[in-house]
Design a protein around this ligand. Structure first.
Ligand code: ASP
Ligand code: MG
Length: 453
């Protein structure tokens, strides 16, 4: 079949880009401006997923009614600005009723499957509304249920997509349709083999966009958000952060993995596999430009960016004297594996191990990653000391282990801080260290000043 849009683009709009009618209209203008945009992937309107997550936690009726009312208001503020609200309002009402029923079920017989079903409604609604906004602007567009192609496992709340099934299903059901209309679909949601709705983890819409881009061999994936690209550090920490115009996949994925908030950490993997450039820009200010993430960049700089990941816990494990070191290391890693703890930062000395645990996604306070089960299991092999509330600061760059003076560059500016742990050498592109959380912003500013200003 000859393709009318061989250079087709997937455009993803995040929660703030579909927060209300005006935001949706700006995002619609972006779609209109580029005829190659044939597939639109949406987040739920800003705030909606949080409300749905709260509803899925089994709230009592009075609180439920409050949240449901807030949800209805967010969506109706959009519907009421449409020229013909009646085209869509019955369908949205149905979905809002579903939410009410699912919230009731979540209270009486909670399950992770019910939570995912409930939470998926944010994207279902925003995509219906956005398809209507596009139609009112004369764009030939059509709503598409992402679950009919996004096959996942049944790990509710953080499901893993089946990339091969997705490629097959997308070729079959989605490819023919993007030739005919702009398809509007949902990020974040999928379906397991039992037919239940799943979700890919918070912030997962970026991931959906690049997975669909990979499945359909898109020429580019555009991620429209509320910042005009990727910066040398979080601009909220220091206004002197500079936008990076071009960055490599590996640099950007290190940044995402080590806490830079612009992209969901898994997003770049599908794009990397198929070498699809990813553009990141602001839907509020398209003239401001953005960042293009590609396979390679010309003259990669020694220092690219500074990322911060908060809510880190440092574990110091001191082996019992009776245990030989090699056995001790093996035991500790076996326990960590049993407890599915991913450790990305570790140092060892004679008879002790220090490792950082990431509690970013834990809901129960700072040391959420150190569960009591893990603590008990570790304690039978070693003395366990835990320090919570730390921040992991990562310098992302190129050839860091082969350049002289890197440590001087980094630590000369941090002389007044007590650095808890340093990791350098395992990766040629990152140098990480832990500091107390309350001094992290100051340290990032100082480091950024020294390396980028
Ligand atoms: N709506 C989901 C969330 O807030 C997914 C996303 O926006 O990417 O996490
Ligand atoms: Mg996001």
């Amino acid at each position: 079949m000859t393709r009318i849009y061989p250079q087709f683009v997937v455009a993803k709009f995040g929660g703030t880009s579909v927060a209300d009618f005006d935001a949706m209209n700006r995002s619609a203008s972006i779609v209109l401006a580029d005829p190659n945009v044939r597939l639109v992937v949406l987040s739920a309107s800003a705030g909606v997923t949080n409300l749905l997550v709260e509803l899925s936690e089994g709230l009592e009726s009075p609180q439920q009614l409050d949240k449901l009312e807030t949800l209805r208001t967010i969506q109706y503020n959009i519907i009421s600005r449409l020229r013909q609200p009646s085209v869509i309002s019955a369908e949205i009402d149905n979905l809002l009723d579903n939410i009410g029923q699912l919230a009731h079920t979540a209270m009486t017989s909670p399950s992770t499957a019910i939570s995912d079903e409930l939470v998926s409604h944010g994207e279902l609604i925003s995509s219906l509304l956005f398809a209507e906004v596009l139609r009112e602007r004369q764009v030939e567009s059509s709503w598409f249920d992402a679950r009919s192609v996004m096959r996942t496992d049944s790990n509710y709340g953080c499901a893993e997509p089946d990339v091969n099934a997705l490629a097959e299903l997308a070729e079959l059901h989605l490819r023919p349709r993007i030739e005919q209309a702009v398809m509007v679909t949902q990020g974040f949601i999928g379906r397991d083999s039992a037919g239940h709705t799943t979700t890919l983890g918070r912030g997962g819409s970026d991931y959906t966009a690049s997975l669909l881009g990979e499945a359909l061999h898109a020429a580019r994936v555009d991620i429209w958000t509320d910042v005009a690209g990727i910066y040398t550090t979080d601009p909220r920490i220091t206004p002197t952060a500079k936008r990076i115009d071009n960055i490599s996949f590996s640099e950007a994925s290190d940044m995402a993995a080590y806490g830079a908030k612009v992209l969901h950490p898994a997003t770049l993997m599908p794009a990397m596999r198929k070498n699809i450039p990813v553009f990141v820009g602001s839907s509020k200010d398209t003239a401001a430009g953005g960042t293009l993430v590609c396979c390679t960049t010309e003259n990669p700089p020694r220092y690219r960016a500074v990322a911060v990941r908060r809510k880190q816990t440092l574990l110091r494990l001191q082996g019992l004297d009776s245990e030989p070191t090699h056995r001790f290391l093996a035991q500790i890693f076996a326990i960590l594996a049993q407890h599915s703890v991913a450790v990305d930062l570790i140092t060892t000395s004679e008879n002790s191990i220090a490792l950082a645990l990431d509690s970013t996604h834990a809901t129960s306070g700072d040391d959420g990653a150190l569960t009591s089960a893990l603590f008990t299991a570790l304690s039978s092999h070693c003395r366990v000391e835990a320090e919570t509330g730390l921040a992991l600061i990562t310098l992302v760059g190129n050839q860091l282990t082969h350049a002289a003076g890197v440590c001087q560059d980094v630590f000369a500016r941090l002389e007044e801080h007590a650095v808890r742990m340093i990791c350098h050498g395992a990766s040629n592109n990152t140098l990480c260290f832990l500091l107390p959380g309350d001094v992290a912003d100051g340290a990032v500013k100082a480091l950024h000043h020294r390396l980028f200003e």
